[in-house]
Design a protein around this ligand. Structure first.
Ligand SMILES: Nc1ncnc2c1ncn2[C@@H]1O[C@H](COP(=O)(O)OP(=O)(O)OP(=O)(O)O)[C@@H](O)[C@H]1O
Ligand SMILES: [Mg+2]
Length: 233
């Protein structure tokens, strides 16, 4: 369903005289439909950048990311136009970022339930589904109408996960989804992810926590063996 070929990403640091930072170099792998690929590697090696290239938050510098869409169309996520990317994000590709980027003055309930708008779910049903997940992941009712900017790190992370899972995307990218969770929340997040997997969602997840990785992943990619990690002029 996803085939990454010779992917590379470098950043040009304009404020540093145009120096280039090579973050990903020559990364290739593939993920089959319904499979969970776990990505490991030391901090700073480029795991988040890899997910961001697939979600196209970052424009890759080279290589291809072939994605077979729900409509049977083969799309190169590395080069396709932004319009198509936005369409895929709305309908089938989800992303749980490593950190929640809080939208000011939007309540937790709205942050989560709005992820279902593009799927045409009625407002009442959107709220019900959001509340069901809040209950499951232990977000107290007193917080539902609050702004997430005041939430604790773990509450923000659970909110982030709920927002990513609620629309049941076809391909889900997870960046250290259980990193700052207590054992109970972590167990619940793992079982939610396993349920989604049973329903057919294909996933790519970054983990530092080996135990969680072993529970979820079918296959593993370790990007320790990155060929180039240097600052080039
Ligand atoms: N927008 C950016 N501009 C410049 N450099 C960046 C940018 N994003 C990432 N990098 C650099 O790319 C490298 C990889 O970062 P990335 O966040 O992908 O690492 P990571 O493997 O996810 O690390 P961690 O395990 O700590 O989350 C880092 O050296 C980082 O500074
Ligand atoms: Mg990261």
């Amino acid at each position: 369903m996803l085939k990454v070929e010779n992917l590379s990403k470098e950043f040009t640091m304009h404020i540093r005289g145009g120096k280039k930072i090579v973050t990903l170099s020559d990364i290739s792998f593939q993920v089959r439909k319904g499979e969970f690929l776990g990505i490991t590697g030391p901090s700073g090696i480029g795991k988040s950048s890899l997910l961001k290239c697939i979600y196209r938050t970052y424009l890759p510098s080279g290589g291809n990311i072939w994605y077979l869409s729900g409509e049977g169309e083969m799309v190169n996520l590395a080069t396709v136009d932004d319009h198509k990317i936005l369409e895929l994000r709305r309908s089938e590709i989800g992303y749980v970022a490593q950190f929640l980027h809080v939208i000011p003055r939007v309540s937790a309930l709205e942050v989560v339930s709005s992820a279902l708008i593009t799927q045409g779910v009625e407002p009442k049903a959107r709220e019900e589904r959001a509340k069901e997940l809040f209950r499951r992941l232990g977000i107290p009712a007193s917080l539902w109408e609050m702004y997430p900017s005041s939430f604790s790190g773990g509450e923000k992370q659970r909110l982030n996960i709920i927002r990513g899972l609620i629309s049941k995307p076809r391909l889900l990218l997870l960046d250290e989804p259980t990193a700052s969770l207590d054992p109970v929340s972590k167990r619940e997040v793992i079982s939610l992810i396993q349920e989604l997997k049973k329903e057919g969602t294909t996933m790519i997840g970054v983990f530092h926590d080996y135990e969680t990785l072993m529970k979820l992943a079918d296959t593993q990619l370790d990007i320790n063996l990155k060929k180039c990690k240097e600052v080039c002029v």
